[in-house]
Design a protein around this ligand. Structure first.
Ligand SMILES: Nc1ncnc2c1ncn2[C@@H]1O[C@H](COP(=O)(O)OP(=O)(O)OP(=O)(O)O)[C@@H](O)[C@H]1O
Length: 308
């Protein structure tokens, strides 16, 4: 049985359908990502899963429970990190964590969480005096404090500096393998690539792709991109004339070439024949970022064709 099962979920605001038949299933212990552009319906979807909104259609099951109907047992099962978590300005970090611990039968040790999330020095700081990143880290701690079987983290590292982001990722990687199921809403492709076992991409309220992060990236028909600094001047027209090359651009001393899978080898051999070396060479594979841009662009084109 899946830990989270969403079937044909629909949510309508006024006369706008913002979630339009979303379905996916998440296995126990999986880290599952929901990606998509702004306004795609990601938060609305996870708020329905978390029991914070009542769907207008479809079914949701979390650990066998219907979020819109269950009470205490459901709240013990699920930890929810809201996109903007608000606590009273005059509550300290420690007070908030102690209070939230008291809501659960088997809470985690909040001091250990504070340490993991780099908030030990802020224990006695009022919520109102925390920086944006510190508030964000506290909201992650509050989502995990109850030792939930399922945690929903909505944009968990937005607003964090790169070091803090890596610290939060490390905490989630540690949680992996403990059986907890994590549902992440993310804008950061790097985050999804690093943490998620599988992802869905949602656009305009519909699932437009579902795969592993690697599978999505591999499915993109994107040019290979290479760049290098030539040891002697190279005529761009010469490179442009090679059969594997699609585009050539010169950025300062760096030459950027795109083309087929074979472009890097073809360019290096051609340069070698002219006694030119390619220094500071970089070859980029299509990434999840490329997949995301390509998928949402394809979806937009399809919608434009239908409405034209
Ligand atoms: N309470 C509400 N009443 C009316 N419309 C809403 C409400 N909440 C969200 N919306 C609209 O529903 C759509 C989907 O919003 P949602 O927050 O689910 O998207 P999202 O994918 O999470 O976006 P983002 O990445 O920007 O957070 C948006 O157009 C939003 O303006």
């Amino acid at each position: 049985m899946s830990m989270i099962d969403v079937r044909d979920l629909r949510k309508v605001y006024g006369n706008r359908t913002v979630v339009d038949g979303v379905s996916f299933a998440v296995d126990e212990g999986e880290i599952f990502g929901i990606l998509g552009p702004n306004g795609a319906g990601k938060t609305t979807t996870v708020e329905c899963i978390g029991g914070l909104r009542v769907p207008d259609g479809g079914t949701i099951s979390v650990a066998g429970m219907d979020p819109s109907k269950e009470g205490r047992e459901f709240r013990e099962t699920l930890g929810f990190q809201l996109q903007e978590s608000r606590l009273p300005d005059k509550q300290t970090v420690a007070q908030a964590l102690e209070l939230y611990s008291s809501f659960y039968s088997h809470p985690r040790d909040w001091r250990e969480l504070l340490e993991r999330l780099g908030l030990v020095e802020q224990q006695k700081t009022y919520f109102g005096k925390l920086s944006g990143g510190q508030k964000q880290r506290l909201s992650v701690a509050l989502a995990l404090i109850g030792n939930p079987r399922v945690a929903i983290l909505d944009e968990l590292t937005t607003g964090l500096d790169p070091a803090a982001r890596r610290e939060v990722w490390g905490l989630l990687e540690d949680l992996k393998g403990t059986g907890v199921t994590l549902l992440l809403v993310s804008h950061f492709m790097e985050e999804a690539e690093r943490l998620c076992d599988r992802v869905v991409v949602i656009d305009r309220g519909r699932v437009i792709a579902a795969d592993t992060p690697e599978g999505l990236a591999a499915g993109v028909v994107a040019d290979q991109r290479m760049s290098f600094v030539p040891s002697a001047p190279v005529d761009p027209a010469f490179l442009q004339g090679l059969p594997d090359v699609h585009t050539v651009n010169v950025n300062g001393d760096r030459v950027v070439v795109t083309g087929t899978d074979n472009v890097a080898a073809a360019v290096i051999i051609a340069l070698h024949e002219r006694q030119v070396a390619a220094a500071r060479l970089r070859v980029d594979q299509p990434s999840l970022d490329d997949a995301f841009v390509a998928l949402t662009r394809e979806d937009e084109n399809r919608t434009n064709e239908v409405t034209a």
